[in-house]
Write a protein that binds this ligand. Structure first.
Ligand code: ADP
Ligand code: MG
Length: 676
């Protein structure tokens, strides 16, 4: 076995991209193509075009024009072209010796000396150099992974990869080529291939890849559904405790909340583990639904765990749930990564003894040292923030007990329902599609950053009315330092402009205890203005906050802006969201801000987001923490998805070996992850 050290830099770079098996490389598609199959006559080439011409070197000199450069003239039967090299090696000079015949390729532009190519690719012609028969693929490359290396690696992997047809004859949707043909075509398309159909992924070769990918996905989902059907979970049915909780709530549930509570209740009452996604727009009231589910579990004599992606969120949940559940005589434990020592030990003991009915925390809850006496229900908030691997760890851990717990995931990033149901064959979906009554929709205004003073005046008004204000600064990982400075500078500016007002600062670099202190001042109402990086993105609940200012709004994604805006408009007071942008705005930036100003409906936002970002990214890396689909697009390929789903069911019934081979080809070692 070669060790890491024996591997070349390009090999290691390939591995980092997940290009390990031949099939991985074969599935690594070009970004675009270059057409080196044709030659242009020098007289025909035009400014701005990429051209390939052949000619004889008729002049070759090194000149000092501002800087030292090599200037070469080549000629064919009808014209002349200048080649200019600002950096050059003696070997290049030799290549371009007078009288040599060369083939050059590059972008043509009108230069001082006439039409020219700067730094073209040059091949010396010794006798005949046949033109390639196929377009040349251009792969995403880097300094560690040069284009030429990758081309060779892909071409030889493509030749070696076991690409035999795995599907039984007659089962493919009509018109699709074999996988081998499809890949051959996509890596090395013949001259004149319909490149537009490659780009919009409508070409049959693309369709075949999408179909195979969706098939693998469906197979893995169906398999995991079957496996789950064989698992046992405690049947959690209690009506007394949920009824007590309802009676103590200061509000009545909305019809949508009632519906999802019933759906979840029915799942919990069955002796099979629930695997349900609860989706609902920000502010739609998912927490109380989770609390009612927890009450059903606890009333039936089991424990419940509730996990949130950040400490702040977990603590918010904790406070809310303690307020609801402790009056009913239940013990709620709070576990977090930062809680160490005796306090932590005591908590762990309460969890292990079963004393703590509900455990709230960050994913620290799933760390090795947490042992539940009788875990019956696990609730995962803002599921898209959780790595699939983490969810998997949770499940594997719970398998040590004989019974599986029920699993409820909550998300404010809506997936169109029918799509979710088809795609996640192993996931049931409940949707809260209405907001609690009495909310005044948030009014959104878009201002250029020059209007900052106006916005600060508005803050002063709100604070004078006894309201609270969020001011959000962007946090981009690569420039964390700079962003921190922005947040700090804004904090200083606001503190100065608002004498007598308590302005707090919250960012990711602060210690957990510090964050908690700031957050509790703000939610307690003593602090009126909170300047924050996106740590408040999900779930924070301060109903008295009526104004949110988002600085550099153009840097945020649409889903993120929507999440942020959801932090205001939580009470009855009319709320405003101000999006401050710094010009110039890109087209997508404009479209995003316009969408925000025009609608507050999360499903509509998700639809626009899809439209603006274009296909391919929906539910992709950004939302789920890991790219689930590389080729197919759920919104566009619903017909293929349906076909894949039908074939997956058939394969599992009649051709289990083909099903296994297909999943292995496509998902390899990743299959296990996709179940979580
Ligand atoms: P999210 O779905 O974004 O997690 P929350 O659960 O935080 O929303 O609920 C938002 C706010 O609405 C909370 O203050 C919550 O107590 C309140 N709430 C939830 N359900 C109702 C309801 N049926 N009527 C009135 N207020 C409600
Ligand atoms: Mg929430």
């Amino acid at each position: 076995m070669p060790t890491a050290r024996d591997k070349s830099a390009p090999q290691r770079a390939m591995e980092r991209l997940g290009l390990v098996r031949d099939i991985d490389l074969a599935l690594h598609l070009p970004l675009r193509y270059e057409d080196e199959t044709r030659l242009d006559a020098i007289a025909d080439v035009r400014d701005g075009e990429t051209a390939q011409v052949e000619g004889e070197v008729v002049d070759n000199r090194v000149e000092q024009r501002g800087r030292r450069q090599l200037i070469v003239r080549i000629a064919d039967a009808g014209g002349e072209l200048v080649l200019r090299f600002l950096n050059f090696y003696p070997s290049q000079q030799k290549q371009l010796a007078l009288g040599n015949r060369v083939r050059v390729r590059g972008e043509v532009r009108g230069g001082f000396l006439g039409r020219e190519m700067v730094h073209p690719v040059v091949k010396v012609l010794n006798g005949d150099l046949p033109l390639p028969q196929a377009l040349t693929p251009v792969y995403p490359a880097s300094a560690q992974l040069p284009q030429a290396y990758l081309r060779k690696a892909v071409a030889s992997a493509l030749a070696r990869a076991p690409l035999e047809e795995l599907l039984p004859p007659g089962q493919l949707p009509p018109g699709l080529p074999s996988l081998r043909e499809a890949l051959q075509f996509l890596h090395h398309p013949p001259p004149g291939a319909p490149l537009a159909a490659f780009e919009d992924h409508s070409h049959p070769a693309w369709q075949r890849l999408k179909f195979d990918e969706l098939l693998a996905q469906q197979l893995s989902q169906l398999q995991s559904r079957d496996e789950r059907a064989a698992l046992r979970a405690p049947a959690l049915q209690d009506t007394a405790l949920p009824a007590q909780l309802r009676a103590a709530l200061p509000f009545a549930l909305t019809a949508a909340q009632e519906r999802v509570v019933a759906e979840i209740g029915a799942d919990l009452a069955r002796p099979r583990p629930m695997n349900r996604l609860l989706q609902g727009d920000v502010g739609s009231g998912k927490t109380v639904v989770a609390a009612l589910a927890a009450a059903a579990a606890i009333g039936a004599g089991w424990q419940c765990a509730l996990m949130a992606p950040t400490e702040i969120l977990a603590e918010q949940h904790f406070r809310k749930l303690i307020g609801w559940l402790e009056p009913l005589g239940l013990k709620v434990a709070w576990l977090s990564g930062s809680r160490k020592g005796k306090g932590r030990k005591a908590m762990l003991e309460q969890v292990a003894s079963g004393d703590a009915a509900l455990v709230v925390g960050t994913h620290a809850v799933i760390q090795d040292d947490v042992v539940f006496a009788r875990l019956g229900l696990a609730v995962v908030d803002e599921q898209h923030r959780f790595g699939v691997a983490q969810r998997l760890a949770l499940r594997a851990k719970l398998e040590e007990q004989r019974l599986e717990p029920h699993l409820l995931m909550m998300s404010a990033t809506p997936i169109p329902r029918t799509l979710a149901m088809t795609y996640f064959a192993d996931l049931d979906v409940s949707t809260i599609d209405e907001l609690p009554p009495g909310r005044t929709p948030v009014v959104t205004k878009v201002f250029a950053d020059g209007k900052r003073d106006l916005v600060i005046a508005k803050i002063r008004d709100e604070v004078a009315k006894g309201r609270q204000v969020y001011w959000v600064c962007p946090l981009v990982e690569e420039s964390e330092h700079v962003d921190l400075q922005n947040a700090t500078a804004t904090h200083a500016q606001l503190s100065e402009a608002l004498p007598g007002v308590m302005v707090g600062l919250l960012h990711g670099r602060m210690a957990a205890a510090e964050k908690a202190a700031v957050m509790s001042l703000f939610s307690g109402g003593q602090m009126q203005v909170l300047v924050a990086t996106t740590v408040i993105e999900v779930g924070v609940d301060v109903p008295n906050a009526s104004l949110m200012v988002i600085e550099h709004a153009e840097r945020f994604g649409l889903a993120q802006l929507h999440q942020l805006r959801g932090r205001v408009g939580r009470g009855a007071v009319a709320s405003v969201c101000v999006l401050l942008y710094t010009a110039p705005l890109s087209d997508t930036g404009k479209a995003r801000l316009r969408a925000m100003a025009e609608t507050t409906d999360g499903f509509e936002i998700a639809r626009r987001d899809l439209e603006i970002r274009g296909p391919g990214e929906f539910m992709g890396a950004r939302q789920s923490g890991d790219a689930l689909l590389r080729f197919a697009d759920l919104a566009e390929d619903s017909a293929l998805l349906q076909q894949a789903r039908e074939l997956a069911a058939l394969l599992l019934r009649r051709h289990p070996a083909a099903a296994r081979a297909h999943v292995d080809r496509w998902l390899g070692g990743k299959a296990e992850f996709l179940k979580a």
